[in-house]
Design a protein around this ligand. Structure first.
Ligand code: ADP
Ligand code: ZN
Length: 604
């Protein structure tokens, strides 16, 4: 069993060895066991059920919530010479019948189906008349009402266990939240399943967070380090998406907008270009990304705070699925906290849910303001203890300077208290700085003992203090979302002098871009393509694009960047050498080997 799983990995998928827990999962499932697999994005979940489906008799049935994702997976499998198909609403009646015929004739190794299709009596009946190798439930967190991708149909998937008790089931998700995990087990009746929990670390992603002072200039500088690369820029509002995409396009960046306010055709067209062309930057709201399986996204930039740490982790996790170097970059400001609090307050959720959302925002803010290793903190929120420092986040690379801000913190807290805990930071700062504004005068706040006690610091410095006090939980924003500040139980220790406060110096200018060898950027910026390699790299990519167009698939379905990069470095002289490159399986060797060898050998 073992040897043949490895054989398949090498001959069909072209990979030399299993990664992480893949082998253990493959063995368990192939022997008929149930499994729950928690692996981060890019961890290699698909092979965990694809290889067992090939090893076992019958067809592997894969439940997947997203049409685009199914199509991609099926394209990739067919490229690798596997008999695969999908059934969803995008097929015409004839196409559907043909797929059903193949299923009943036992001609399919893998069949992807949408959950609503799977649950129809007709389809369940067909399954009873075929041999099912296994059920794979992808994006299993969709059963959880707790998460944001809730799909009611997913809850009914427990029926699979009742109708087909002898068929092994595997549920997979990249959601690390323990609460979601419990819900998956319960809702899908997976109490007996063995759990395979991987580390959620994404070692190839570098993390960087900065304050927003001039978003356009900061983003431009950041993008200079990623010229010609695919990436996603997340914004909070549709309007900001449109504006940002527009001025990026003016700068000559291949930028496209994506948000729920665009018509379906435009959305589909932009998404298609992002998937099928090299180097497109998608500027989007969080409406974009779920089910985007593009492996060579080299960066994810946030121009506003995301909703929660989990959201941030999922969104940044779309970078670097291919394990090559990638970057997660974010800028934010105090105004984000106010906007987010308002959004939470004005939403129609129940109070309990709002309280949870506020907590989530607070822990995200703590992450943004952190002075220690970001990776350690990020993984810590998923209950994973990571022994930092990682050496691959901004705080590890350049530890932020801190200063003793105990006295200013006391002044700030006291001013919040004296003004009645009814105002936002703007007014409280005016009081601290001794500004006789109309509002101050009309409220008689110039008579307070705290009036003018903070004149030694400017407004910007005070804003930084307030932001960090919020992040540290020493102040809280009101639940109603007006941006008014209140003391917390933790504030008292500071006010009484029992606790000192260390804050980070914000003076540290955000350094744009990465260190570069050359001011004129090369297309493979993140990948470290050297100048002398550039023309070969361009030719390999051009050939890939051309072949992908002919087949009507995205370029990465032909070969991943990682595979092209390996070719570039190894310069295989013949088919035998090419076959040893990771990602070159037998089917692809036959189909594309000659073309790629021609490019490589023409140059030498
Ligand atoms: P996930 O679904 O967990 O996000 P995928 O299954 O899409 O991840 O795999 C991520 C990438 O890693 C894919 O491009 C896949 O081809 C590649 N991959 C998976 N397993 C291996 C392996 N054992 N060796 C090399 N590459 C792998
Ligand atoms: Zn770190």
């Amino acid at each position: 069993m073992n040897a043949s799983a490895l054989d398949l990995l090498q001959s069909v998928f072209g990979y030399p060895s299993f990664r992480g827990q893949q082998q253990a999962v493959v063995e368990h499932l192939s022997e008929g066991g149930d499994a729950l697999v928690l692996m981060p994005t890019g961890g290699g979940k698909s092979l965990c059920y694809q290889i067992p489906a090939l090893l076992r008799q019958g067809t592997g049935i894969v439940v997947s919530p997203l049409i685009a994702l199914m199509q991609d997976q099926v394209d990739a499998l067919r490229e690798a010479g596997v008999s695969a198909a999908y059934l969803n609403s995008s097929l015409g009646a004839d196409e559907q019948r043909e797929v059903e015929r193949q299923l009943l004739a036992g001609e399919l190794n893998l069949l992807y189906v949408a959950p609503e299709r799977l649950l129809t009596p007709r389809f369940l009946g067909q399954l009873e008349r075929t041999e099912v190798a296994l059920f794979a439930i992808d994006e299993a967190h969709c059963v959880s009402q707790w998460g944001h991708d809730f799909r009611p149909e997913y809850r009914e998937l427990a029926i699979l266990h009742q109708r087909f008790p002898e068929v092994p089931r595997i549920a997979l998700t990249a959601t690390a939240d323990p609460r979601t995990r419990e819900e998956i087990v319960e809702r899908l009746s997976l109490q007996q399943a063995r759990q395979f929990v991987s580390s959620f670390d994404r070692p190839n992603i570098g993390y960087r967070v900065g304050l927003r002072h001039n978003a356009k200039r900061q983003l431009t500088e950041f993008l200079q380090g990623h010229e010609g690369e695919s990436g996603i820029v997340y914004c909070l509002s549709r309007k900001k998406v449109d504006n940002t995409a527009e001025w990026l396009a003016e700068l000559g960046v291949e930028a496209l907008p994506y948000h729920a306010g665009l018509d379906a055709a435009t959305r589909a067209k932009n998404q298609q270009r992002f998937l099928r062309e090299d180097g497109v930057v998608m500027v989007a709201t969080v409406a974009f990304g779920m089910g985007i399986d593009k492996p060579d996204v080299r960066f994810v930039a946030h121009l506003d705070l995301p909703r929660s740490i989990e959201g941030y982790y999922q969104e940044t996790g779309r970078a670097g699925r291919d394990s090559l170097s990638a970057e997660a970059w974010m800028i934010y400001g105090l105004s984000d906290v106010v906007t987010m609090s308002q959004m939470i307050a004005q939403s129609e959720s129940a109070d309990e849910r709002k309280r949870v959302e506020r907590q989530k925002l607070e822990s995200l803010l703590a992450y943004a303001e952190a002075t220690g290793c970001r990776r350690q903190l990020l993984l810590g929120t998923f209950g994973e203890s990571y022994p930092g420092p990682c050496g691959h986040c901004d705080n590890c690379i350049a530890p932020p300077k801190t200063w003793d801000a105990t006295v200013p913190a006391q002044k700030a807290l006291s001013a919040v208290y004296r003004t009645g805990q009814r105002f936002g930071s703007g007014h409280v700062i005016d009081v601290l700085r001794g500004e006789e504004t109309e509002r101050v005068l009309s409220l008689d706040h110039h008579r307070l003992s705290t009036f003018g006690i903070g004149a030694e610091m400017d407004e910007k410095q005070w804003r930084s203090v307030f932001r960090q006090l919020l992040a540290a939980g020493l102040l809280e924003a009101d639940a109603e979302g007006y941006g008014t500040l209140r003391l917390t139980t933790a504030s008292r220790a500071v006010l009484s002098g029992g606790q000192s406060v260390k804050l980070r110096e914000d003076a540290r200018p955000e350094r744009g871009g990465r260190r570069r060898r050359d001011s004129k950027l090369v297309t493979g910026g993140s990948l470290g393509i050297e100048a002398y390699e550039q023309s070969m790299w361009d030719e390999l990519r051009a050939l890939r694009t051309q072949l992908a167009k002919q087949q009507g698939v995205p370029p990465y379905v032909v070969f991943h960047d990682a595979t092209l990069l390996a070719m570039l470095r190894a310069l295989p002289a013949n088919e035998d050498e090419l076959a040893t490159i990771s990602g070159v399986g037998e089917a692809k060797l036959k189909r594309y080997g000659r073309d790629f060898l021609a490019v490589i050998n023409a140059q030498e």
